[in-house]
Design a binder for this molecule. Structure first.
Ligand SMILES: C[S@@+](CC[C@H](N)C(=O)[O-])C[C@H]1O[C@@H](n2cnc3c(N)ncnc32)[C@H](O)[C@@H]1O
Length: 136
């Protein structure tokens, strides 16, 4: 497997080991696959708004992962955090290589703004902040 691009490696290294991570705008799923292979994410939701990216992510997973690891990755077509259902638990969300205005629009999702931990300035750990972002 090719090494991660340095900018993705930085993000990878910032993710503490979690049960569920979501990579929004995953494109070819390079970051998500690395998170699963390193054990930083036991389960991963990899989503993208582009069908071509979703297909590229599926191809990467088929090419690089064992069936056991592949089963831990859920690849979805979706716009920003809408790819995560309100009832779903997510510990950490990553977003890489998305233009700032677009990222700001994604983060203006009411599910982030009105999550109690996020609204309180993230007083909880990273887990509770991300969990807030993943809930309705
Ligand atoms: C430049 S690529 C970066 C891919 C990868 N995250 C990386 O850093 O290498 C940006 C990706 O974000 C996706 N994207 C843009 N807006 C999005 C949105 N609102 N929701 C989900 N994905 C989005 C694009 O389709 C594209 O695949």
């Amino acid at each position: 497997m090719r090494p991660l691009a340095p900018r993705l490696q930085v993000i990878h290294d910032m993710v503490r080991p979690v049960a569920v991570a979501a990579d929004i705008g995953c494109e070819n799923a390079a970051l998500g696959v690395a998170l699963v292979l390193s054990g930083r994410a036991q389960r991963l939701i990899a989503s993208d708004i582009s069908r071509a990216s979703v297909e590229a992510a599926q191809a990467t997973v088929r090419r690089l992962l064992s069936p056991e690891h592949a089963a831990t990755i859920d690849i979805r077509l979706g716009d920003g955090l809408d790819a995560i259902a309100p009832h779903e638990h997510v510990d950490t969300v990553t977003m890489a290589g998305i233009a700032l205005p677009r990222m700001q629009r994604i983060l203006r999702n009411p599910r982030v703004l009105y999550a109690p931990a996020a609204a309180a300035g993230g007083g909880g750990g990273s887990s509770s902040r991300a969990r807030g972002a993943g809930r309705g």
